[in-house]
Design a protein around this ligand. Structure first.
Ligand code: ZN
Length: 76
């Protein structure tokens, strides 16, 4: 049952969300824009250790920030 799916191996989903950053993400930054997202809606940005605080601050000043979670390995 070796199923090598190239799409699955692309790695794009675990990269830091900061524009131009190519580091692997280690955190999920959970956020929601109350004006456009429903109450139970959760958006997730991925962050490397270097940009974690940058992204949290970016969301926090807009009151979008909810929480930061470790990136679970089983999602990789
Ligand atoms: Zn980064």
């Amino acid at each position: 049952m070796l199923n090598l799916n190239p799409e699955f191996d692309a790695g794009t989903e675990i990269k830091c969300s900061r524009a131009g950053c190519i580091e692997l993400a280690e955190f999920q930054i959970v956020w929601r824009n109350p004006k456009v997202h429903a109450e139970d809606r959760r958006k997730i940005w991925l962050a490397c250790p270097e940009h974690r605080q940058y992204l949290v601050d970016y969301l926090a000043v807009r009151s979008f920030y909810l929480e930061t979670l470790p990136l679970p390995n089983q999602l990789l």
